[in-house]
Design a protein around this ligand. Structure first.
Ligand SMILES: [Zn+2]
Length: 268
């Protein structure tokens, strides 16, 4: 999965001063400044970018800073989705995670309570305002759900956005537990009722500012899928042998589908 880079990730925050050899991540809208060759990406150094605005995190020995720069030399602003198809894993994870922080900083320049300009906290990763408001980085919990039916699993396709077969997914609403989100999203998107909801694994997902929580569960009662066409284009049961797309080693969704496919058929 995206966070499994083989290198330690250290996001302890200090207002570090940048060095020229640190790594610079620069965004413009949904584009990121990078050089790419045969699927391998690299970011400029802080020195090349002409300075840095904010320390982000460290991956392995490499410190990443949020920067502002124009395109130069081999470095061009490329659409953020390119990261999904790129290597090495540590830089891909750093780019996606930097995007999450970049969007949060961008959207918290002004206080949501009184409208005044906010400033950076010296003590922690937070934006603070003289009115007493403190804003912390926002993470949206969401669930990914593998609904199984004996030897089959429910896969769906969205109306827009991600074009491939995927698991049922949705954001946790205020006031509910993730397990309640699982039951609600499955019911809303497919009309199915589920039982035996089990937590699987989680994944930070900076592309949507989320923390994804993976669950498996089993259909209960009527297994007729009735797709909510406001959100989904289609949905149906897939037998293990019908699943012909591989684990992309990037997304929790793909890992869960691959895990289901690899399981031995259970007698039900
Ligand atoms: Zn304020």
């Amino acid at each position: 999965m995206i966070q499994e880079t083989g290198l330690p990730f250290d996001n302890h925050y200090e207002p570090f001063a940048p060095s020229p050899e640190d790594t610079a991540v620069c965004f413009r809208g949904d584009a990121v400044l990078l050089a790419e060759q045969n699927g391998a990406i690299r970011f400029p150094t802080v020195g090349e970018a002409g300075g840095a605005e904010r320390y982000l995190f460290t991956v392995g020995e490499r410190r990443y800073f949020l920067c502002r720069a124009e395109a130069f030399g081999d470095y061009a602003f490329r659409e953020i989705g390119l990261l999904r198809r790129s290597a090495p894993p540590a830089r891909v994870f750093a780019g996606v995670t930097a995007l999450h922080l970049y969007r949060w900083y961008r959207d918290h320049q002004f206080c949501g309570r009184c409208g005044a300009r906010m400033r950076h906290s010296d003590a922690e990763r937070a934006m603070v305002c003289g009115c007493g408001n403190t804003a912390y980085p926002a993470i949206a919990p969401a669930v990914i759900v593998g609904v199984t039916n004996g030897d089959r699993i429910c896969l769906t396709k969205y109306n827009r956005g991600y074009a491939h077969w995927a698991l049922v997914a949705g954001y946790t609403e205020i006031g509910e537990t993730p397990e309640e989100t699982v039951a609600r999203e499955v019911r809303e998107e497919t009309g199915l009722r589920v039982k035996n909801i089990r937590y699987y694994r989680s994944q930070p997902w900076g592309l949507s500012g989320s923390l994804l929580l993976g669950y498996f569960c089993e259909v209960e009662g009527d297994d007729t899928i009735r797709v909510d066409h406001d959100e989904l284009k289609e949905g149906r049961w897939f037998a293990r042998e019908e699943i012909d797309f591989p684990d992309d080693r990037f997304s929790l969704t793909r890992e869960m589908i691959a895990r289901f496919r690899a399981e031995k058929a259970k007698k039900t």
